[in-house]
Design a protein around this ligand. Structure first.
Ligand SMILES: Nc1ncnc2c1ncn2[C@@H]1O[C@H](COP(=O)(O)OP(=O)(O)O)[C@@H](O)[C@H]1O
Ligand SMILES: [Mg+2]
Length: 399
């Protein structure tokens, strides 16, 4: 966290800031996970209610507004989870220029801000989690846009660089230096040391704007990648953030590059189906919601609170020649056997078991590599009915 503005951050200050960030990260991470579960129930029930309210315009509209508000809550929760220790990056060699281009286009869409990208031919690929880095860059783009209320341009430049200086906090190696420069109001010297502090904001408080979490999250993500973020600013002229990210190893460059934009399958209609589904979740609220959604979709649902119980029920159903068509397993069960161990035991009983993993910890390696762990699909909590119904249908029907 190097804040460059005549007065570089001292080592003591840096240590204090890191300690402060760590304790806040731990605290907010815990709250965010609980909150995420609550949101799963809220959003799931609203989207279910929307199905029943189709014939009533006013009711549909009100439910739509409730869902839109929950979606903002989901974004905030997502930010907190990324910020907390739960947000371990799932790194892969990635086309950093593509990630930045897509993020900039998304962040600035509908605004009066232009974006100009410098030459990027020959820019190394980066060893990053494209989603997390997308989030870190998004926060910078939003700040740049907010610093230019009457419009302007954000300039982004890429440079390959190699570090071997013993004074650097970076490990020696190859990096990509991304410079993001705005023509905004700038940051006064008395603020520059504080901008990476959680909850430091000079903006009016709002649901998303003015939380003071944007830069602390970007900083936390970039440090978790072994990178560095620094800032130079001049009041009245503008601000430049430099983000240094490790380059992918030369051999890894050959690995297929992963584009940040993952295909999203959006359809408005839930897909109906049939079959017996076993749902394992430790939260009664989530089991009840899943039961409601499943019966609405045409499935028969059965429930387990934790892994041992799920395995017993699965075995009993097999013995009774009435096997489950799919199981939905929560990854983390408080005080019980979670999804990862459960799938291992189920595979022993029935190697062809069809399992979906569900979790609010979407940065968990099991979620990122669910197939390696034996799952067919993943549904991230909070889930909505349409996505849930499509995935379940595909799993049950092998499509
Ligand atoms: N590009 C920028 N130009 C001017 N000020 C900035 C810029 N980026 C960050 N800041 C300052 O840093 C503060 C913290 O930013 P951030 O952590 O994203 O929180 P928030 O945007 O919610 O205020 C902002 O309130 C603003 O004062
Ligand atoms: Mg911000």
């Amino acid at each position: 966290m190097n804040a460059v503005n005549d007065n570089p951050t001292g080592r003591q200050d840096l240590k204090r800031q890191i300690r402060q960030l760590e304790s806040i990260a731990a605290l907010s991470g815990g709250i965010a996970h609980d909150y995420n579960n609550l949101l799963t129930a809220i959003m799931g029930n609203i989207s279910l209610a929307q199905e029943y309210a189709k014939s009533d315009c006013k009711l549909s509209e009100l439910l739509g507004q409730a869902l839109a508000a929950s979606q903002i809550a989901k974004i905030l929760t997502r930010r907190l989870i990324t910020f907390s220790k739960g947000g371990h990056p799932t790194k892969k060699p990635s086309d950093i220029v593509g990630v930045i281009e897509n993020t900039a286009a998304f962040s600035l869409s509908g605004s009066n801000i232009l974006c100009e990208l410098g030459p990027s031919n020959g820019t190394w690929s980066a060893y990053i989690d494209p989603q997390q880095i997308g989030q870190a860059i998004h926060n910078l783009m939003i700040n740049a846009a907010e610093s230019m209320p009457s419009g302007g341009t954000v300039f982004i430049n890429f440079e390959n660089t190699t570090t071997d200086s013993p004074n650097s906090i970076l490990a020696p190696g190859r990096y990509i230096d991304i410079a993001i420069r705005d023509q905004g109001v700038g940051i006064p010297a008395e603020h520059i040391e504080k901008i990476f502090d959680p909850y430091f904001s000079t903006k009016a408080k709002g649901a998303i704007k003015g939380t003071g979490l944007g830069l602390s999250i970007s900083h936390s993500i970039i440090s978790n990648h072994g990178g560095e973020i620094t800032v130079c600013s001049r009041v009245g002229t503008g601000t430049t953030f430099h983000v240094l990210l490790p380059a992918a190893e030369a051999a890894a460059d050959l690995v297929q590059l992963v584009n940040a934009e993952e295909k999203s399958e959006i359809s408005v209609q839930p897909v109906m189906g049939q079959g017996r589904i076993l749902v394992m979740d430790d939260e009664a609220m989530i089991r009840e919601l899943a039961g409601n959604i499943l019966s609405h979709l045409g499935y028969d649902a059965d429930f387990a609170e934790e892994g041992q119980c799920a395995v017993r029920k699965y075995q009993a159903a097999l013995d009774a020649s009435a096997p489950y068509d799919a199981v939905i397993l929560d990854l983390t069960i408080k005080g019980g056997m979670g999804g990862q161990e459960t799938i291992e035991m189920l595979k022993e009983i029935d190697p062809s078991v069809k399992a979906i993993v569900s979790s609010g910890y979407s940065d968990n390696p099991v979620i990122a590599n669910y197939k390696q762990y034996g799952f067919c699909e993943v549904v991230a909590k909070p889930y909505e009915m349409v996505e849930f119904s499509q995935k379940l249908y595909r799993v049950v029907n092998d499509t």
